[in-house]
Write a protein that binds this ligand. Structure first.
Ligand code: IFM
Length: 402
């Protein structure tokens, strides 16, 4: 029999998505352009969430979730440098109102991986002017969405900056697909990370000037690094904990009101154990979420688990995955980590970025849609939604806060 654990009163229970992965028909960002050139899989109509968001929010409500994390597509809002599209802002106002009408607390991500083409042409986050462009966009959105009936309180400036920098500038398989020889790649990578730090800090100042009560953070994809007793492995794990998990957070220390934690990966150096795996071949290691949460104690900030999820097309592992991770989150709460919410990734099956662990390297249409992360299954031909059994298990948790 399952043990029961109560979560703190007022805990946010939700799920997360990002604009390009669910909205559909975004043509003017860097991923859409690269897809047209055959360099990455296309997102096409994705889940058509741009049109179906009210239906999707009805599903959220029916599943008793009280919060939802979604993102704004920068290229929609600012299609040309300095020119903002009021019609798109109005769309996101409607999205916010639709959430509020259903009693769902919005957590708004201002930027989740995809960039307007004009910004990329200006050098993207390699450019010293990136903080200016980025913070101007954030200020515009917050000024225009941060008023009226749907007004959000929680703002996330940047999603997973270290993943963006790693995958785009070291690994080179994500946009901007920059593969250079070492150590040039490392210098570029470090420059991009530095500019993202400055961009977040500049955006923080501008958002706070709009409304000091707004709560602002980033989401960080921290990895649980552990090691065997071997001293080399021990030092390697320690170095990576600092380099990968904490360097960014430390540099924005005074300019974050909360920490958004995304947890997917662990690495134990010197460990040959085989773990159960997701459809993407990623180890399932729930205790890792406890490890990365305990590392956040030093910041003395509220923490929201802004993403945690599994590619599991058959939905055989998801319910247990959620419960096992929540068990370790509760252990961290008992050990004095101020965790205030959990957002499952994802609400819907959606477009997934090209991981090298994807079963096929052929970038035909199905590839980006093969990993199934949704609590809700999507038929990408008919756009029909079908709530998976694991979503009903999660619903019980949301309803009882336990
Ligand atoms: O789909 C992604 C999301 O965009 C960022 N975090 C990890 C998810 C699963 O790979």
């Amino acid at each position: 029999m399952d043990q029961e654990f109560k979560f703190p009163a007022g805990f946010y229970w939700g799920s997360a998505t990002s604009a390009y992965q669910v909205e559909g028909e975004v043509e003017n960002n860097d991923w859409a352009e690269a897809a047209r050139q055959g360099k990455v899989p296309p997102a096409g109509r994705a889940c058509d969430h741009y049109n179906l968001y009210e239906k999707d929010f009805d599903i959220i409500k029916s599943l008793s979730q009280n919060a939802h994390r979604f993102s704004i597509e920068w290229a929609r809002v600012e299609p040309e440098e300095g020119k903002f599209d009021e019609a798109e802002i109005e769309h996101y106002r409607k999205v916010l109102r639709a959430l509020r009408e259903r009693g769902i607390e919005p957590f708004v991500t201002l930027w989740h991986f995809t960039l307007p083409i004009w910004f990329v042409r200006k050098g993207g986050f390699e450019s010293k002017k990136a903080p200016f462009y980025f913070s101007r966009y954030c200020e515009y959105v917050v000024k225009n969405l941060g008023q009226g009936s749907g007004i959000p309180k929680f703002w996330i400036t940047i999603n997973e900056p270290m993943v963006f920098a790693n995958m785009g500038y070291l690994d080179g398989n994500w946009l901007p697909l920059k593969k250079w020889y070492y150590p040039l790649s490392l210098f570029r990578y470090l420059g991009v990370v530095k500019n993202m730090i400055t961009s977040h800090n500049a955006a923080y100042v501008k958002i706070k000037a709009v409304n000091p009560a707004f709560q602002i953070g980033i989401t960080t994809d921290n990895i649980s690094f552990e090691s065997s007793a071997n001293p080399f492995n021990y030092l390697l794990a320690k170095f990576l904990i600092w380099f990968q998990n904490h360097r960014f957070l430390r540099k924005i220390y005074g300019r974050q009101d909360f920490i958004g934690l995304n947890y997917y990966f662990h690495k134990k150096f010197g460990d040959k154990k085989q773990y159960e795996k997701s459809d993407l071949g990623w180890d399932i290691y729930p205790k890792g979420i406890y490890n990365v949460l305990m590392e956040l104690k030093r910041y003395h900030k509220p923490v929201y688990i802004t993403e945690n999820g599994i590619a599991d097309a058959k939905d055989m592992k998801r319910a247990k995955f959620i419960k096992d991770h929540l068990y370790w989150i509760k252990r961290a709460i008992d050990d004095k980590i101020d965790v205030r919410g959990y957002f499952h990734w994802s609400l819907l099956d959606n477009f997934e970025w090209p991981w090298s662990s994807l079963p096929s390297s052929n970038f035909g249409l199905p590839d980006g849609f093969r990993p199934r992360f949704g609590l809700v299954e999507v038929d990408f031909k008919t756009m029909e939604r079908r709530i998976r059994p694991s979503a009903y298990e999660y619903k019980k948790i949301c309803e009882t806060n336990s």
